[in-house]
Design a protein around this ligand. Structure first.
Ligand code: NAI
Length: 464
C-alpha cells in the first residue's frame, strides 16, 4: 500500500479538529482529517452540544406553552407533545450542521479519510475500517483531537438495560416515567431538565453536597433552588455503589440512603479522554496517570511533530476550549505565535435559567486569599427581564479590591450564555469593573444587569 503524504493530518473531526484543519488550510497548509465517524463534527455536533441544545429549546417551548403562556394573556388549550417531531427537528439540525462542515472542508480543500487512525512510529498513521487497513498516511505534523467519551464509575455497568449515557438520552422514543440521573454536573442537569419538562419524574443522585462542582457555589446554590422548584429532586451526599435490573426497573444502590428505583438511568459522572487504541505507547507519546496526553504550552507531545488539543489534554472539556486550542496550535506551527487565555474561558449550562461563568469563582478567591469586591444585581430589578417574564437569578461581578480588575463574572438568569461574552471580552482586555460600569449599555436590555452588577461592585448600582 502506497503511503499518502500530507503536510498536516488531524485525527478527529470534532470542534477541536475541524477548526484546526480549517485554520491550517487558511494559513496555506495542505491538510487531511481522519475520523472514524462518517458524519463530521464529533461528539459536540452529533451527540452533544447541538442536539442537547435543540431538545432544551423545544422542551422549554413545550413547557412554556403548556404551563406559562397564559401570563402573557394568551390562552392555549390542548397542548400536545409530539416527541417524534421534536426528535426529528433535532436530527435535522444536526444533519444540516454536520453537512456544513463537509462543505467547509471542500471549500478549504481538506482531504477526508474515514476510519480509525492509529499512530505508528515516525509520524505515520494507519487507518482501519471494519478491521481492515484502508490507508497508510504520513505527515510533517499530526494533531491528535480525538475528544472524550462518557465515563462511568465502579459498579455502574453501562451494559445494564436502561442504563444510558447522554447519547441514548438524546434519543428516547418515549418519555420515561422516572429518569434517575447519576451526577449533578452539566450533562445531568441539562438532560434532566429536558425530560422533566417533557413529563418525566427526574431524580439527580449526586455524590457531593452540592451540584455543579467547580462553579461558583452561590450560583450553584441558586441553580439547585430553582431546579428543585421546577420539580427536579436532588439526592445529595449520595455515593452510587451499583446499578441492577429488577424486572423492567433499574435499581440504583447507594452507600448512604435507600436504593432509588427508576425506569431509566442516565450516567453523567464526567468524561474520559479518548486515548485508547490510538497507538500512543508504540508511537512514544506520553500520557499522565489520568490518561490525558501530556503537552507543553505549544501543544507539543513527547514526540516531535505530534501535537494534541481539546478533551485529550488537561483542562475544561468544552468545545470552545478545543476550538481555541486548535487555532492556537496551528498558528504556532505556521507563524510561531498563537495564544489561548485560560483565565478567560467561559462556561455555560443551558438550563432555565441559564448559568454562565468566566474567571475565578468567589470560592477560589477566598481559597487563594485574593482581596476582592463583589457587585451583585438581580434580574428582578431589570426592566427587560420583567418584560420577557424571565426575571430569576442574578449577575455577580468580582473585581480585585485594589486594582478593580475584573477577576470573574458569574451569571444565573435569562440568556446568561450570551451575556457572559461581554464579560469574557472585558477580561481579555484587562478591564476594571469601572470600565464595564461606565460603558453605555442599551436600554432596555438584559445586559444592563451586567453593567449594574459592575456598578454594585462600587456600591453605586442605580436600580437597587
Ligand atoms: P461533570 O464533571 O460536570 O459532573 C459530574 C458529576 O458527577 C459531578 O457533580 C460529580 O460529583 C458526580 N459524581 C461523580 N461520581 C459520582 C458517584 N459515584 N455518584 C454520584 N455522583 C457522582 O460531568 P458531566 O455532567 O458528565 O459532563 C462531562 C463534561 O462534558 C463536563 O466536563 C462538561 O464540561 C462537558 N459538558 C459541557 C456542556 C456545556 O458546555 N453546556 C454540556 C454537557 C457537558
Amino acid at each position: 500500500m502506497d503511503k499518502k503524504k500530507h503536510q498536516l493530518i488531524v485525527i478527529g473531526a470534532g470542534p477541536g479538529g475541524y477548526v484546526a484543519a480549517i485554520r491550517a488550510a487558511q494559513l496555506g497548509m495542505e491538510v487531511a482529517v481522519v475520523d472514524e465517524n462518517k458524519v463530521l463534527g464529533g461528539t459536540c455536533l452529533r451527540v452533544g452540544c447541538i442536539p442537547s441544545k435543540a431538545l432544551l429549546e423545544s422542551s422549554e417551548k413545550y413547557e412554556e406553552v403548556k404551563d406559562h403562556i397564559s401570563v402573557h394573556g394568551i390562552n392555549v388549550k390542548d397542548v400536545e407533545l409530539d416527541l417524534k417531531g421534536m426528535l426529528k427537528r433535532k436530527d435535522k439540525i444536526v444533519g444540516s450542521l454536520t453537512k456544513g462542515i463537509e462543505s467547509l472542508f471542500k471549500k478549504n480543500k481538506i482531504t477526508k479519510y474515514y476510519g480509525r487512525a492509529k499512530l505508528t512510529a515516525g509520524k505515520t498513521i494507519s487507518v482501519e475500517s471494519g478491521g481492515v487497513k484502508t490507508e497508510e498516511l504520513e505527515a510533517d505534523h499530526i494533531i491528535i483531537a480525538t475528544g472524550s467519551k462518557s465515563a462511568t464509575i465502579k459498579g455502574v455497568d453501562l451494559d445494564v438495560d436502561c442504563v444510558d449515557t447522554s447519547t441514548e438520552t438524546l434519543d428516547y422514543q418515549e418519555v420515561p416515567e422516572h429518569l434517575a440521573v447519576i451526577g449533578g454536573g452539566y450533562i445531568g442537569i441539562e438532560l434532566g431538565s429536558v425530560w422533566r419538562r417533557l413529563g418525566a419524574k427526574v431524580t439527580v443522585v449526586e455524590y457531593l453536597d452540592r451540584i455543579l462542582p467547580g462553579m461558583d457555589s452561590e450560583v450553584a446554590k441558586e441553580a439547585h433552588k430553582l431546579l428543585e422548584k421546577q420539580g427536579i429532586s436532588f439526592e445529595l451526599r449520595s455515593r452510587v455503589m451499583g446499578v441492577k435490573n429488577e424486572g423492567k426497573k433499574v435499581i440504583i444502590e447507594r452507600r448512604n440512603g435507600d436504593p432509588v428505583e427508576a425506569d431509566r438511568v442516565l450516567v453523567a459522572v464526567g468524561r474520559a479522554p479518548n486515548t485508547a487504541n490510538l497507538g500512543l505507547v508504540d508511537a512514544g507519546i506520553r500520557c499522565d496517570e489520568r490518561g490525558w496526553i501530556v503537552v507543553d504550552e505549544d501543544y507539543k507531545t513527547s514526540v516531535e511533530g505530534v501535537y494534541a488539543i481539546g478533551d485529550v489534554i488537561p483542562g475544561p472539556m468544552l468545545a470552545h476550549k478545543a476550538e481555541e486550542e486548535g487555532v492556537a496550535c496551528v498558528e504556532k506551527i505556521v507563524t510561531g505565535y498563537g495564544h489561548v487565555n485560560y483565565k478567560a474561558i467561559p462556561a455555560v449550562v443551558y438550563t432555565h435559567p441559564e448559568i454562565a461563568t468566566v474567571g475565578k469563582t468567589e470560592d477560589e478567591l477566598k481559597d487563594e486569599a485574593i482581596e476582592y469586591r463583589k457587585g451583585k444585581f438581580p434580574f428582578m430589578a431589570n426592566g427587560r427581564a420583567k418584560a420577557i417574564e424571565y426575571a430569576e437569578g442574578f449577575v455577580k461581578v468580582l473585581a480585585h479590591a485594589k486594582t478593580d480588575r475584573v477577576l470573574g463574572v458569574h451569571i444565573i438568569g435569562p440568556h446568561a450564555g450570551d451575556l457572559i461574552a461581554e464579560c469574557a471580552a472585558a477580561m481579555e482586555f484587562g478591564a476594571s469593573s469601572e470600565d464595564i460600569a461606565r460603558t453605555c449599555h442599551a436600554h432596555p436590555t438584559l445586559s444592563e444587569a451586567v453593567k449594574e452588577a459592575a456598578m454594585a461592585a462600587e456600591d453605586r448600582a442605580i436600580h437597587m
